[in-house]
Ligand binder design. Structure first.
Ligand code: PA5
Length: 446
């Protein structure tokens, strides 16, 4: 069975075998907390068995809903932010052509766009302008149903859709994914009679990509969500027990050993531009899960070789508080060979006949060795190909490792109290009803 592989040998070489071995007990203990729900945050462990608990009937419903949207719409806008956005965006980008955004969508094969992930006035103006002559549909995703960014985007696009297609037609093209009972989005969806999917109470936003939150937009983009779930099921089984072959456990142990040794920043590296948003998803997963109580590895991400020409100097030679986790994709989708040129004015004939990916792999190996020489420990994750099944494995792998790692660090990986601070200030400044006292207090500070 092909599957992702994780190599932490360099961490052992860098820190010494003992630094890793000494954490094995703590790692197994943290895994036990995840598997048996014995620690703080245990009411948010619904993601642990989500892949194996995903029924065929549930997938059928998601796929049928996606097929309907695909048939009816030339463009589908997925509205959401944070965990209600990044997973779908990451998977769709990883599976799509690099130039997908240049392709006009058609009914039967719509373009998937995103909104509600920012409060950019120009972004929304330009999106609405683009949608002026489109037969579009909307997937609106918010677990709480009250998040400001997606609520603003949905208010605008709902009004536009109703104006362009009429109320009845608009209702058929809107799908809401939200809490079963609570929140403004649930009330609105019930009132309007939208098709809905539920985000389970015990699945937090950043752990929700394998629920309808990620699966519906991914299916609308035309990708195989069954294979995605199959991959996740494989990884769920492979990471259930403490063993040497539990890659999630090994990764969690390795990064905690590095953190304890003063490596406070983890840089997730890819050598494939399609993985850019995977880095964004991963940053949210680890940043929101671990960055609390004044602790936590700072998650950063780079796209190589592009960023070797911007961040390469810092990584090679800057403060030695970093380590790298490299995602390496073994097989490309297409083959492209560098041609011979008789004149050889560019001096490239020494690599003529080689595939571009061979050059990319040498860039990866050369960089890895250089960074190791420069004092940057390296974890390597190899992914057989950018295909649904392996992405499902990778997603679940990172989720499981995140739960284990957070418990090893001594935090509750499943809450995000720090996210509320900006909202409180923003609502006070906007004079939201109910925030009168906060409004008065904040005005004193201005
Ligand atoms: O991981 C999280 O919980 C957050 O990033 C949320 O996903 C994000 O804030 C969006 O929340 P909601 O889905 O409630 O709109």
């Amino acid at each position: 069975m092909k599957q992702i592989r994780v190599d932490i040998d360099n961490v052992k070489a860098f820190l010494g075998q003992d630094a890793v071995t000494n954490l094995e007990h703590a790692g197994a203990d943290a895994l036990d907390k995840v598997m048996n729900a014995t620690a703080e945050g245990n009411d948010f462990l619904g993601w642990v068995e989500l892949p194996t608990e995903t029924t065929d009937a549930h997938l059928d419903d998601i796929i049928a809903t996606a097929e309907q949207l695909r048939a009816d719409c030339d463009t589908v806008v997925a509205i959401g932010i944070g965990g209600s956005y990044l997973g779908a965006k990451a998977v769709i980008e990883a599976l799509s052509s690099n130039f997908e955004s240049l392709r006009p969508g058609v009914a039967g094969d719509p373009q998937v766009l995103f909104a509600g992930q920012n409060i950019g006035e120009d972004y929304l103006w330009e999106l609405q302008d683009y949608l002026k002559d489109k037969r579009f549909g909307i997937i609106v995703i918010s677990k709480s149903g009250t998040t400001t960014e997606p609520a603003i985007a949905f208010r605008l696009l709902k009004e536009q859709l109703e104006r362009q297609l009429g109320l009845d037609e608009a209702r058929k093209r809107i799908v809401a994914i939200t809490d079963e009972k609570r929140g403004a989005l649930r009330s609105l969806a019930t009132e309007e009679g939208y098709k809905t999917f539920v985000i389970a109470d015990n699945v937090g936003g950043r752990f929700s990509v394998l629920s309808p939150v990620g699966l519906l937009p991914i299916a609308v983009a035309g990708y195989n969500v069954r294979a995605l779930i199959d991959g996740a099921v494989e990884m769920e089984k492979a990471t259930a027990a403490a063993s040497e072959t539990n890659e999630a456990l090994n990764y969690a142990i390795a990064r905690n050993a590095l953190y304890n040794a003063g490596k406070k920043i983890e840089i997730l590296v890819n050598y494939n531009p399609k993985l850019h948003y995977f880095g964004e998803w991963w940053k949210q997963l680890y940043g929101e899960s671990e960055g609390k109580d004044h602790k936590g590895i700072f998650p950063a991400a780079v796209d190589f070789s592009t960023d070797l020409h911007s961040m390469g100097q810092w990584i090679q030679d800057g403060e030695r508080t970093i380590f790298e986790t490299v995602i390496s994709v073994e097989e490309t989708r297409y083959e492209k060979v560098i041609p011979t040129d008789e004149a050889n004015l560019d001096g490239l004939n020494y690599i003529a006949g080689k595939r571009i990916d061979q050059v990319n792999k040498m860039a990866e190996l050369g960089t890895r060795l250089a960074h190791i020489d420069g004092g940057v420990p390296n974890i390597r994750i190899s992914l057989p190909a950018l295909e649904e099944k392996y992405l499902g494995q990778l997603i679940y792998f990172f989720e499981k490792a995140c739960g284990i790692s957070g418990y090893m660090l001594g935090v509750n990986p499943f809450n995000q109290p720090g996210v509320e601070a900006y909202k409180k200030n923003m609502f006070a400044l906007l004079e939201k009803p109910g925030y009168e006292e906060a409004t008065a207090a904040i005005k004193q500070r201005l």
